[in-house]
Ligand binder design. Structure first.
Ligand code: ADP
Length: 198
């Protein structure tokens, strides 16, 4: 099993690249943003609670997303590996994920960190807001708050995995295909090392 965290601020292209990576590597895509939006669409109590935070650009409480991921891991015990997108987003979520994976005798293989400038992020998110129907994408104040949450809480996730030398920075500006090539090259390299040593 080889598990990847696709890491980066909102608008850095995690969703777009995830779609391509899961096809290439046969991984199970776990996006907490998508899981939360499904809960909102179904108007579950969890979705209704999460929506209050998401509409303000704030993170949903750790217990909520950790519970969702734990359920998703159990529901996909036969997967070749997981691609985590938008999770973990806090240090507590990183530690919880490490524990959950350890229980399944696996771990994070690599954290691929997409690098995109703030002005480009805001431009992309406002642009996505024109068509995505996502209420958190069509208000610049909410977008700025999401980026601020990223700096306040989520950048700590990279620090956490850096202590295990698992983080690789990948340029996130350029064509979708160019970025995909950079991500794939790094995954191929890490995956071959993984099979050689285990
Ligand atoms: P983006 O990467 O564009 O911000 P996502 O779909 O990943 O979009 O997330 C949308 C919103 O869902 C976030 O702003 C946050 O409120 C909530 N969310 C998603 N994942 C998490 C998480 N792991 N922890 C807390 N909140 C989350």
């Amino acid at each position: 099993m080889f598990n990847i965290i696709l890491f980066g601020p909102p608008g850095s292209g995690k969703g777009t690249q995830s779609e391509k990576l899961i096809l290439q590597y046969g991984l199970k895509h776990l996006s907490t943003g998508d899981l939360l939006r499904t809960e909102i669409a179904s108007q579950t109590p969890l979705g209704l609670e999460a929506k209050n935070f998401m509409d303000k650009g704030q993170l949903v409480p750790d217990e909520v997303v950790i519970g969702m991921i734990s359920t998703a891991l159990d529901a996909n015990s036969k997967a070749n590996g997981f691609l985590f997108d938008g999770f973990p987003r806090t240090k507590a979520q990183s530690e919880a994920l490490d524990k959950l994976l350890k229980l399944k005798q696996t771990e994070i293989g690599v954290v691929l960190s997409l690098q995109v400038s703030e002005e480009e992020l805001v431009k992309r998110l406002l642009n996505r807001g024109l068509t995505s129907g996502r209420t958190d994408d069509n208000n610049e104040e909410v977008i700025r708050e999401r980026i601020a949450e990223y700096h306040r809480k989520t950048s700590a996730v990279a620090d956490h995995y850096q202590t295990f030398e698992k983080v690789v920075a990948i340029p996130g500006e350029g064509s979708v295909d160019e970025i995909f090539e950079s991500l794939s090259a790094e995954i191929d390299h890490r995956m071959s090392a993984h099979t050689t040593f285990r």
